[in-house]
Write a protein that binds this ligand. Structure first.
Ligand code: CTP
Length: 401
């Protein structure tokens, strides 16, 4: 199974003989579908070459903090925003001490400070160094800061001695990384997601539609599955492939999407309306292809049913989350929709020439009650996971009342 499909993994390598295993780790992470970028400390480059890591990861390797070339390719803050998780393997005693102190004088330590994503470390060092009270204290501090510890294992060490301090094997590290995404926050919860555009026919060959690619909705469906939910995705004509472990229903028009949602809603705990549903359709669809004339023509449109508003207005509605795509006054419009449609939460984003629709990245602002959380600019699948995390938290809070 591709447990790490579309996950962006930043692998930090520090100076230690176990760095040779990091080459295999990159290969195995990529086998699971992950995209990997490697950051190496100066000492790491003494054990394994950046060229090897570049060839295996398929991406330029980042080694310097103040290296103009790599900062232009992808600056350290951009790297921190890009990744979904950071794993430092091997993590030397020196790196662990520097992390505990909050140092930021090289690229890897600065990244660890700047990133707001889970951080995992795989210690590798001589057993006496591991057992030294200084290292024990540093590890205790890192645990308190919720930094994930993978290993170390016990056994024969490169120095010829034996004891705790061996880096875990790459397969075990891959499992540790995968576990980060399987949160269980929505275990057993039924989630219904709409995605993509709809098409409203004008005649047998023409339609009215919009620029939605479906990326956001599909990413939300994937994130919900990872969180343990039972997911149904109702999609308009989108260019995405159906996610694994999701029941996917394809529809074309707003009316079909409405029918499919209402048929599934009684068995839904959380409804996320990410589709860009057409607000209007032609009152009459021409049975034959319309012929051009010398004069202008007019299409008369009628409103489609607002699926989201209808779901939120049900006597016993699921936890209902809507989207608001706006070109201006984001907060004002989003809050107005949250209230008017009676939603539990709304995810708002700005759309325009190069924003929102059909883009890899997006920026979401979440509003619920009087609250606001800005998720900032990030890849859509990363935003989807953050959104699902927030939905799960609010869903459970609502049901604990
Ligand atoms: N939506 C829906 N059914 C429709 C129209 C929209 O379920 N017929 C949902 C979308 O999936 C999205 C939210 O409603 O979650 C968007 O709200 P809407 O008021 O339709 O936004 P706009 O179409 O952008 O409205 P406006 O033109 O007023 O900004």
């Amino acid at each position: 199974m591709n447990n790490l499909l579309q996950k962006r993994i930043l692998l930090g390598i520090t100076g230690g003989i176990a760095a040779y295993k990091s080459a295999d780790l990159v290969r195995r992470l990529r086998e699971q579908g992950a995209e990997v970028r490697v950051v190496m400390t100066k000492n790491a480059c003494e054990f394994i070459t950046p060229l090897t890591m570049q060839a295996l990861s398929g991406n330029p390797v980042h080694t310097g903090f103040l290296d103009l070339q790599s900062e232009t390719a992808m600056g350290h803050i951009e790297l921190a925003r890009w990744c979904d998780v950071i794993i430092v393997a091997p993590a030397s005693a020196n790196f662990i001490a520097r992390l505990a102190c909050g140092m930021a004088d090289d690229l890897l330590s600065a990244l660890c400070l700047a990133a707001d994503v889970p951080l995992l470390i795989a210690p590798a060092m001589n057993h006496q160094m591991w057992l030294n009270p200084a290292t024990r204290d540093n590890i205790a501090l890192l645990r308190k800061r919720r930094i994930g510890l993978l290993g170390p294992a016990e056994g024969q060490q490169a120095c010829g001695e034996a004891g705790p301090g061996r880096m875990l094997e790459p397969t075990e590290l891959v499992e540790g990384v995968s576990n980060i995404f399987q949160t269980g926050a929505l275990a057993g919860i039924r989630v219904l997601v709409t995605a993509g555009p709809t098409r409203e026919a004008i005649d047998p060959v023409r339609y009215i539609s919009n620029r939605s690619s479906g990326r956001m909705g599909y990413a939300i469906a994937r994130a919900a599955v990872e969180a343990g939910a039972e997911v149904t995705l109702i999609s308009g004509p989108a260019l995405q492939s159906p996610p694994d472990r999701v029941q996917c229903l394809q529809v074309t028009s707003a009316a079909q999407m409405h029918g499919a949602v209402m048929a599934a809603i009684t068995t839904t705990d959380i409804f996320v309306a990410a589709a860009a549903v057409a607000d209007y359709r032609c009152i009459t669809v021409a049975p034959q292809k319309l012929k051009k004339t010398d004069t202008s023509i007019a299409l008369t449109l009628e409103k489609t049913t607002d699926i989201l508003a209808e779901v939120a207005g049900l006597p016993d509605p699921p936890f209902t989350v809507g989207f608001a795509a706006e070109t201006d006054n984001l907060e004002e419009h989003a809050r107005a929709k949250l209230k008017a449609k009676g939603l539990d939460m709304i995810a708002a984003n700005l759309v325009g020439e190069d924003m929102g629709f059909d883009q890899e990245n997006n920026a979401l602002d979440l509003y619920w009650g009087e609250n606001h959380l800005s998720l900032g600019q990030a890849p859509k699948d990363k935003l989807a996971r953050q959104l699902i995390h927030k939905i799960a938290e609010q869903f459970h809070e609502k049901h604990s009342d």
